[in-house]
Design a protein around this ligand. Structure first.
Ligand code: CUA
Length: 143
């Protein structure tokens, strides 16, 4: 029957998407950003060392900077970013890391990034947020 073919085709497409997602998560070690329940305690600027190679970073975006503006971690670190905003919606893009998050007031977005190589990774706001938008940036220093 025609309907069966449509169902089989759409399930196949869904399966392919699902496989692509799993492939990205496991093989390429790209973390799928998650939205976690908001709590005002996330609105703090903190780089918390959990272990020698594991950090939690709480970032608050606001017009027009990130707090903390400079995040320093040693090479080989895995960093959990907890991102929120104190005013409007901002972007959070870490260059060369494929991180593309939104900082949303009243919400916390989390992603995990591994920094293996020494260097400076700029963080830029890629969501228009007012006159200071193009100057809104921060950085991760792997040193
Ligand atoms: Cu913040 Cu654009």
């Amino acid at each position: 029957k025609y309907e069966i073919r449509v169902i089989v085709l759409s399930s196949t497409i869904l399966g392919v998407f699902f496989f692509a997602l799993l492939f990205n998560v496991f093989s390429r070690k790209i973390d799928v950003p998650t939205c976690i329940p908001y709590d005002a305690s996330f609105q703090k600027a903190e780089v918390r060392k959990v272990d020698d190679d594991y950090y939690e970073v709480y970032v608050t975006a606001r017009m027009w900077n990130y707090d903390p503006g400079e995040i320093v971690v040693p090479p080989g670190s895995t960093v959990d970013f907890y991102l929120t905003s104190a005013d409007v919606v901002h972007g959070f893009n870490i260059e060369r890391k494929g991180v593309n998050l939104m900082a949303v007031p009243g919400a916390v977005n989390k992603t995990t990034v591994k920094f293996d190589e020494y260097g400076e990774y700029r963080i830029v706001c890629h969501e228009y947020c007012g006159v200071g938008h193009q100057n809104m940036m921060g950085k991760v220093l792997v040193t």
